[in-house]
Design a protein around this ligand. Structure first.
Ligand code: PLP
Length: 381
């Protein structure tokens, strides 16, 4: 089955009991058992629920893994994956991962005895040099948030396999429509499904897919033991969102391309970060592992222009955290999504106070460009 057909028909796409073409919302905590001590398919909804199972099997098939798992948020999914490790284990982390992932690492996981080294995962030597006797995994995002840096997943996975490390990829920005990390050698792929997979800013959810059965059993055990599962209503909504992923991603990408061209030729813009920028140093890797450029881009205004005036002048594009939805969203990482990172580290990692991140929606592109144009005029101090 080709990818776009899988979106509609993979996993569990119909209700086994009634043939309903949408798996219903099984709003139940428990299930009647027919014999004492039997092995029912479902016994309690933290352990398993048919609506959740449907979306878990769907993401499993979309990412080409052996098992999928749905969580109450992307952060819960990330926490569940890090729960594979024990006090004293060491993990190598990309230096441009989601702000909340750094918060989880620095304020929770380190306290519990996990060790981390932060590196630029684009630099294989940096990754290799960070490997210690107790290193268990490399954790990365590509493209990164918000600087759209691209890491060669296959190259990292090779280093990982040579050194007995798990390669874990947060695939939120690309989605499996554009990039399939397990096919490139990664062991675990995860998502904040609150973004492109849900796609409508109406849901908070996380997904994990693993490459082998053993990892599947471990993640499944932890999902049940920790209990941060996705409820049946949100599982249903997420499956509904995923069905239109292909058409949405095509529309996001088309608009982002047009906005990149507009910004690229604009006097008021100092810098643009966009996976589709052919001049960018990472573009070779983009061509190697991505089937498209996605809908995210970041940019900096020229010195002297007011970020505040620009942002507040936007009328169609909404000032909000989050991304990957049908409506265009804009935010300033230094103040919003990446505000929890200490300023010194944030600046060192290239996230300036002037950086603006745009999640390009699927509105008519002319309206978006018109909106940017009038807001740039108002940004003049
Ligand atoms: C939003 C996001 C997360 C966290 O997911 P939540 O669903 O908000 O908990 C993790 N990684 C990336 C790349 C994200 O954009």
């Amino acid at each position: 089955m080709k990818f776009n057909t899988k979106l509609i028909h993979a996993g569990i796409s119909q209700d086994k009991a009634t043939g309903a073409v949408n798996v219903p919302i099984y709003q139940t905590s428990t299930y009647a058992q027919t014999e004492l001590g039997g092995q029912p398919e479902y016994e309690y909804s933290r352990t398993g629920n048919p609506t959740r199972q449907a979306v878990e099997d769907l993401i499993r098939d979309l990412e080409n893994g052996v098992a999928g798992f749905a969580f109450a948020s992307g952060s819960a999914a990330i926490h569940n994956v890090f729960s594979l490790f024990s006090a004293g284990d060491h993990i190598i982390v990309g230096n441009d991962v989601y702000g909340g992932t750094f918060r989880l690492i620095n304020t929770v996981l380190k306290r519990q005895g996990l060790e981390f080294t932060v590196v630029d995962t684009r630099d294989l030597d940096e990754v290799k040099n960070a490997i210690k006797n107790n290193t268990k995994a490399v954790y990365l995002e590509t493209p990164t948030n918000p600087l759209m840096r691209i890491t060669d997943i296959a190259a990292i996975a090779e280093v990982g396999h040579e050194n007995d490390l798990l390669t874990i990829v947060d695939n939120t920005f690309a989605t499996p429509y554009i990039q399939q990390p397990l096919n490139l050698g990664a062991d675990i792929v995860l998502h904040s499904a609150s973004k492109y997979l849900g796609g409508h800013s109406d849901l908070v959810a996380g997904l994990v897919v693993v490459k082998d059965k053993d990892l599947g059993e471990k993640i499944g055990y932890l999902q049940n033991a920790i209990g941060g599962i996705l409820g049946p209503q949100d599982s249903w909504l997420l499956q509904r969102g995923i069905k239109t992923l292909a058409v949405r991603m095509q529309a996001h990408e088309k608009n982002a391309q047009k906005i990149f061209e507009f910004l690229n030729n604009n006097q008021s813009i100092a810098k643009i970060y966009y996976p589709g920028d052919r001049e960018a140093e990472d573009f070779k890797v983009v061509q190697k592992q991505m089937n498209g450029f996605g809908g995210m881009l970041s940019f900096e205004l020229k010195k002297g222009l007011s970020v505040k005036k620009f942002i507040e002048a936007l009328k169609v594009i909404t000032l909000a955290e989050s991304l990957g939805s049908v409506e265009s969203l804009v935010e300033v990482p230094a103040i919003m999504t990446h505000g929890s990172i200490p300023e010194k580290i944030r600046l060192k990692n290239g996230i300036s106070n002037e950086l603006i991140r745009l999640s390009v929606g699927i509105e008519q592109s002319e309206d978006l460009i018109e909106d940017l144009k009038q807001a740039l005029d108002k940004a003049q101090n």
